[in-house]
Design a protein around this ligand. Structure first.
Ligand code: DAH
Length: 368
């Protein structure tokens, strides 16, 4: 039996060959330097420093060498592996910094970009103005009343002293929903809310009712089958036309500012006596009746625009609605909200209010 041959120092196996180790080390260093992101570097690490990499294989061979050769080869492979690991650590750190910088750039939120890529809608200016009008009266201690838009014929007409044969019935072109004995109509004005209020409450009464009304009108720049009115009703002891005038002057100032020119024009309504129509000076020609040498189209050369009707409540209406007309008197008014809006914002075409174009309503969206 012979012992191990300690004399024999074989020619080194290829994986441990000096040139080979240098070559695989350089290859690894080049691959590390060439890795442009962390994912690529990870792959390079597997290929060049993983368990099956040439340097790992070389390392494994070392144990099989005789002592003399083992030392040299160990140093060679160890140095190569050290150089590769150092290069890895350095590249890893560089790429991490790069990745972070890239993330900061790519994920930056530009706070100056437009924020309304999904724009929010806005409330319709008629709604906003109706509330503003109600506020003017609530501030004076009035209450807001409501009534249905599909109304009994009796409340829309009869109780307001507009009997079946009264010519005033034809003044308001009516949508009938249910003809017959208990006929129903789309209310032609907000005045039936007066009757409803008097029938259900006892004086003193101070109410306003903004709401939608309907008439079979043509649809054009100044008419629409659907429009809006605000009704007002005050019933108390000693109420006179003077209170009406003072209230409407305050209302007009609240809507159009100090210096607004209004006029009362004697008129007729079956439910008021005396009655008046209230006009605003035309917001286009400012009362001059002429625009660019031609008759003002907005007021049709009148110089005035009708705002609504008003008067002292007819005692017949008070009695029909169960109010003691000996003790109480009252005033009432019904103003056009659409006209109020058009006047306030110089809107020349009423149809803009009804066509639902958000470009129109958005302009009013920021109004509080
Ligand atoms: N209801 C009337 C109309 O639509 C307006 C009106 C006039 C209302 C006089 C009133 C009033 O309350 O007193 O033409």
């Amino acid at each position: 039996m012979s012992g191990p041959n300690t004399e024999y120092d074989p020619v080194q196996v290829t994986p441990l060959d000096e040139e080979h180790v240098a070559a695989v080390r350089d290859e690894a260093l080049a691959a590390i330097a060439g890795a442009t992101d962390l994912a690529a570097l990870k792959q390079v690490r597997t290929d060049h420093a993983g368990d099956r990499s040439p340097l790992a294989l070389a390392n494994r061979e070392i144990g099989a060498l005789p002592p003399q050769a083992r030392k040299d080869a160990g140093r060679r492979v160890g140095q190569a592996r050290g150089a590769v690991n150092q290069a890895f650590a350095k590249r890893q750190a560089e790429l991490e910094v790069e990745a972070e910088e890239r993330m900061l750039v790519e994920e930056t939120v530009d706070v100056t970009l437009p924020w309304d890529r999904t724009p929010r809608g806005s409330r319709h200016p008629i709604t906003t103005l109706s509330e503003r009008i109600a506020d003017v009266f609530v501030a004076m201690g009035w209450e807001v009343a409501e009534g249905p838009v599909i109304e009994a014929e009796r409340l829309n007409f009869d109780d307001l002293n507009i009997g079946p044969d009264h010519p005033a019935r034809t003044m308001q072109d009516t949508f009938w929903t249910d003809p017959g004995d208990d006929a129903m109509v789309l209310r032609t004005h907000t005045s039936p809310v007066q009757a409803r209020t008097m029938l259900t409450r006892t004086p003193p009464i101070y109410v306003v009712c903004p709401g939608r009304v309907f008439r079979t009108d043509e649809y054009d720049a100044t008419h629409s089958p659907v429009f809006h009115q605000v009704e007002g009703l005050a019933i108390d002891e000693g109420i006179s036309m003077a209170h009406l005038k003072g209230t409407l002057d305050h209302f007009a100032t609240a809507m159009f500012g100090e210096g607004i020119t209004t006029r009362f024009r004697p008129s007729y309504f079956p439910f008021t006596e005396p009655s008046a129509e209230v006009d605003l000076v035309c917001f286009v020609c400012r009362g001059s009746r002429v625009v660019d040498g031609a008759e003002c189209r907005t007021c049709r050369g009148e110089g005035w625009i009708e705002w609504g009707g008003c008067g002292v409540v007819n005692p017949r209406v008070l009695r029909a609605c169960g109010v003691d007309s000996e003790r109480y008197s009252g005033f009432a008014f019904g103003m056009g909200i659409d006209r109020t809006l058009m006047f306030r914002h110089a809107i020349a075409d009423l149809r803009d209010l009804f066509e639902g174009d958000v470009r129109f309503t958005t302009a009013f969206g920021s109004e509080l």
